[in-house]
Write a protein that binds this ligand. Structure first.
Ligand code: G1P
Length: 292
């Protein structure tokens, strides 16, 4: 089918209430894992998967995100005057090319579906990706790349999925699974945050999507779903049967960094993955666990 996906949408308007007080004056997407903010991990994953345009759906109090993807002349000047060339190169490498980034504001927190709908004019009539920066995925091949590869075969909508404990279905979009080869699961139904007793499976949507532009038509109806919010899940569910729709069980480990425990686990996992921190961190971890 060979469809090409060039645009990535990052809904970053959320209030981050699960992480107060840290997120009172700091966008939750700017919380760092080791030394990099969550939004930069998401941006790098999108770039690694070949995305060329980065669309941020922001909100009030989120200007730190725009500043993060721009030059800081004072800082760059300071680093270059002190011959900190590696640090300077790393900073500059994280800045997208001029015109590659667009920001639009979601003026009211009406839900994830509404946030994605706010990007409709910037996306236009082509397939696109959505990445939720809270969901951080450690993997050999970036998760979005795995999805783009799979979607090039299947066409249509695709979501990243993983099994969760049944008692957690109320936190996720949950699949009703059709044909399933253990890698790709055909989506026969999709329901947002069902009670464990009602959940059609335990296969859950993780924050990576490849979407056909027709999703904007359904989002534009602004129908409210779970929690009184305009849900992306509901718009995707309406597309079932109109075009292919699959869940991809991605290779990798996902961390829910909007959750305190998930955030701490990500910090440790990404710390242990770093040459400069591995030894010190693992020594410390074995000391405190032995003492426990
Ligand atoms: C959103 C989606 C949900 C998905 C989840 C993944 O929920 O609505 O379908 O499973 O992201 O993290 P949220 O976490 O914003 O409540």
């Amino acid at each position: 089918i060979g469809m090409r996906i060039r645009k990535a949408v990052f809904p970053v308007g959320g209030m981050g209430t699960r992480f107060l007080p840290a997120t009172k004056a700091l966008p939750k997407e700017m919380l760092p894992i080791v030394d990099k903010p969550l939004i930069q991990y998401a941006g790098e994953e999108a770039a690694a998967a070949g995305m060329e345009e980065f669309i941020f759906v922001t909100g009030r109090g989120k200007t730190a995100i725009e500043d993060h993807f721009d030059h800081s002349y004072e800082l760059e000047d300071l680093l270059s005057s002190r011959d900190k060339t590696d640090e300077l190169a790393a900073l500059r490498a994280a800045i997208p090319d001029a015109g590659q980034v667009a920001y639009t504001r979601q003026q009211e927190p009406l839900g994830l579906g509404h946030a994605v709908w706010c990007a409709r004019n910037l996306v236009g009539n082509e397939p696109f990706a959505v990445l939720l920066a809270d969901d951080l995925i450690q993997s050999k091949t970036p998760c979005l790349q795995q999805m783009a590869d799979a979607a090039a075969e299947t066409g249509g909508n695709m979501v990243a999925v993983m099994d969760v404990p049944r008692e957690h279905t109320g936190r996720y979009g949950i699949l009703d699974v059709g044909q399933d080869d253990g890698h790709l699961a055909e989506v026969r139904g999709l329901v947002e945050k069902p009670d464990p007793a009602q959940a059609p499976s335990t296969l859950s949507v993780i924050g990576r999507y490849i979407l056909m532009p027709e999703v904007f038509d359904y989002l534009g109806r602004k129908e409210k779903g779970a929690g009184g919010e305009i849900q992306l899940t509901d718009a995707m569910a309406k597309m079932i049967g109109e075009q292919p729709f699959h869940g991809l069980r991605f290779e990798g480990t996902r961390f829910d960094c909007g959750d305190k425990l998930g955030f701490l686990q990500a910090t440790i996992a990404f710390g242990l993955d770093r040459d400069d921190l591995r030894d010190g961190l693992s020594t410390y971890l074995s000391e405190i666990t032995a003492a426990g």
